[in-house]
Design a protein around this ligand. Structure first.
Ligand code: SF4
Length: 313
């Protein structure tokens, strides 16, 4: 599969007066193929949402390169992006914040078609079709966002994204603000759309069990870096990085199988003062003395996945 999206060595730094710069993303690498779902996981503050925003051009980068369909992505925001980047879209965590409460749903969904040069009547008609496709009633076009539940609003936001005819969607915690039943149905809708439209999807989530169910590959971030990436089944059954092992061990299994949670000492370090060497070493249960000064890069392992750990082979 050729890469639809490639992020190489991406860094995002925030400069603050009187404090060291905060490196939210630190030389992170990611690839995504057409038709693929990549789950991007990690604890809160690990940089996964910042990386997602950088990928769609909503966040400036300090260094590195992001290419979508072979073209570089510059940070211009979603509205000012060149036409060839309209195929790269984002779905946000809070659907209500991303919708205008004073505009009819049909008009908001139809905006994507208007930008593409379609007439107003045709845009409204196609918006109705899209709303039905995402599971909403046909009269949704003539209603306002507040008339819908949280799950339905996220469906509206997804329909609006689809009007741009994307080949790649970055979904940043798209289900975490929803109740349990809406979470499953919105996640299933995204999977259906990826398969039906042959899109790529980066599904950013702190919920490993959902990622396990829907993602073809999983990338794990720790303190601004991708520390492991590989097929979800492999990452879940035989995590190569000690941090992945700890994350997975804390997730309750549906089959009730007992896994002894790996307790990590201490908190996630301050990203403005990351530890030297392997940045996971102060919390790593299997750290070697050399880990305090050696910083292992993300390396391809024998089984084809990648991990950033001296012990991973
Ligand atoms: Fe642990 Fe060392 Fe591997 Fe880092 S490189 S994860 S500290 S064993």
């Amino acid at each position: 599969m050729s890469a639809l999206l490639e992020a190489t060595g991406v860094a995002v730094e925030y400069h603050r007066t009187g404090a060291p710069p905060l490196r939210a993303v630190d030389h992170a690498d990611l690839t995504l193929a057409r038709g693929e779902i990549l789950g991007l996981v990690g604890e809160s503050g690990c940089g996964k949402s910042t990386l997602g925003r950088a990928i769609v051009g909503l966040q400036g980068t300090t260094s590195g390169e992001i290419r979508f369909d072979g073209r570089p992505v510059a940070p211009l925001g979603l509205r000012r992006r060149p036409a060839e980047l309209r195929g790269l879209q984002m779905v946000f965590q809070d659907p209500y914040a991303s919708l205008n409460p004073r505009r009819l749903v049909g008009d908001q969904v139809g905006d994507g078609y208007l930008l593409g040069g379609t007439s107003k009547t045709e845009a409204r008609r196609r918006a109705g079709e899209l709303l039905e496709r995402v599971g909403l009633p046909a009269d949704a076009v003539k209603r306002y966002p507040h008339e819908f539940s949280g799950g339905q609003r996220q469906r509206i936001a997804i329909a609006r994204t689809l009007a741009a005819e994307p080949s790649c969607i970055i979904a940043d915690e798209p289900i975490s603000a929803l109740d349990a039943s809406a979470q499953a149905s919105v996640a299933n809708l995204l999977v259906e759309l990826v398969r039906e439209l042959d899109m790529g999807l980066v599904f950013i989530s702190h919920d490993l069990s959902v990622v396990r169910q829907i993602a073809d590959r999983t990338a794990v971030m720790y303190l601004g870096r991708v520390v492991e990436v590989g097929p979800t089944r492999q990452v879940w059954s035989e995590p190569a990085h000690p941090y992945t092992k700890a994350l997975i061990s804390a997730v309750p299994r549906a089959d009730g199988a007992g896994v002894l949670p790996v307790e990590l000492p201490g908190d996630v370090p301050d990203p403005s003062r990351p530890p030297g060497g392997c940045r996971f070493h102060p919390r790593c249960p299997v750290a070697l003395a050399s880990c305090a000064h050696d910083d292992p890069p993300l390396t391809i392992l024998r089984d084809g996945r990648s991990a950033a750990c001296v012990l991973a082979e």
